[in-house]
Design a protein around this ligand. Structure first.
Ligand SMILES: [Zn+2]
Length: 387
């Protein structure tokens, strides 16, 4: 990636200071994959137990390998990372340990509410049933929440079960999610290749989910454009969008000839039907700035012939236009990020005040798959702390 203006030394210093401040404040994480967010040291220990060979044999080297892979521009190398993480996540014991550490790491970063997503069907290579895998993760999440509570911390974490788009198991995963509702599962998602695998392929599964009245968040507007977002809303009945970055392709901004009274250029903004629905119905956008740069979701918003930098991300335009935007990590290990770090980078790129970073937390908790009263309680806690 090219160096963004925000990568100059003074900006890096500001990011580091802001990150430290933001880490102390309560935050919400709605889009983070369990199999992309392991501790490198744990991967090494688990790989040794099962005889799996990793691309590096020390924690720092492994962490660096992941970041290098995700910025290499090679999709094969990016996906190879997930082959390594899922390889060490095939037993109930390893899933439990990884889920527990996941919770502790988020709490250490100041997250108070999280929804962790993962695809149970990818954890059956050693014979686990789907239900056993979900229960193992749930046991780990509860271990983690207990450990944090014992140290007087607070964190609540729910599971989002993802079905993989390139496979055919969505109805099974929906049934599993409905069975485990009330036992840790809070919603459903589809993940994997967006282009070529539209939500309409899973219409029956989404109907079953809707009939069971469990909410869905759908990855859309990352690897594909507005038509994919529309299908996520129509076939998927998505209540939130995973990324949703390319909804910006349904918005046109043009300069109008007369200037405003203060002499600034006036802009005319026009929203297409899908963008209008997403904004007006407050469909929350779970955006993941660094990941969105790495996967090319932002590429179309960079000036012609230039590589996209954070400042090209449509996050700020969407925020200014009143969309419900949130900040997330997607895959903390794979992208080498933390939620506090992502917020700090975004704040420096777009000159956000702390109050705006707080708004993103309020947007996210408002869209959480929790009961209204729980959302309100967490919202009050977040508002007070950020004041
Ligand atoms: Zn994702």
């Amino acid at each position: 990636m090219t160096e963004s203006p925000a990568a100059e030394p003074a900006a890096l210093d500001r990011i580091a200071r802001l990150e430290e401040k933001v880490r102390q404040l309560p935050k919400v994480s709605l889009h983070d994959h369990l199999d992309g967010s392991l501790r490198p040291a744990t991967m090494i220990a688990l790989a040794a137990e099962i005889g799996h060979t990793l691309p590096a044999d020390d924690a720092d080297g492994l962490a660096a390998w992941f970041v290098q892979s995700s910025t290499s521009g090679s999709l094969e190398q990016y996906l190879e990372g997930f082959a390594h993480t899922t390889a060490v996540m095939q037993s109930a014991a390893s899933l439990r340990r990884i889920a527990a550490e996941y919770v502790e790491d988020l709490a250490a970063d100041g997250v108070v509410y999280a929804e962790v997503r993962w695809a149970p069907e990818q954890h059956q290579q050693e014979g686990l049933s789907l239900a056993e895998a979900v229960d193992a993760v749930q046991n780990g999440l509860e271990d983690g929440m207990r450990t944090v509570a014992e140290k007087d911390g607070l964190i609540v974490v729910g599971q989002l079960l993802s079905a993989m788009r390139q496979s055919d198991r969505a109805e099974e995963i929906v049934d599993l999610a409905l069975q485990r509702r009330g036992a840790g599962v809070v919603g459903f998602d589809i993940a994997g290749p967006e282009d070529g695998f539209p939500p309409s392929r899973f219409a029956a599964a989404f109907t079953r989910l809707a009939e069971g009245m469990l909410p869905a968040t759908v990855h859309a507007g990352e690897g594909d454009g507005v038509a994919s977002v529309r299908d996520a809303l129509v076939s998927g009945r998505a209540q939130r969008l995973g990324h949703g970055v390319r909804i910006a392709e349904d918005i046109s901004v043009s300069e109008v000839s007369e200037e405003t009274e203060d002499g600034e250029e006036a802009l005319e903004v026009s929203l297409g039907e899908v963008a209008r629905w997403v904004r007006d119905r407050r469909i929350h956008l779970e955006m993941c700035p660094t990941s969105n740069l790495q996967t090319g979701a932002v590429a179309g918003f960079a000036p012609d012939g230039e590589e996209a930098v954070l400042e090209d991300h449509p996050f700020d335009m969407l925020h200014q236009l009143g969309f419900s935007v949130g900040v997330n990590t997607d895959n903390r290990l794979v992208s080498g990020v933390t939620l506090s770090g992502e917020l700090a980078r975004l704040a420096v790129a777009f000159d956000y005040e702390t109050a705006e970073l707080a708004d993103f937390q309020i947007n996210a908790i408002g869209a959480a798959f929790l009961g209204y009263e729980e959302r309100e309680a967490l919202s009050a806690l977040i508002r007070e702390a950020w004041q």
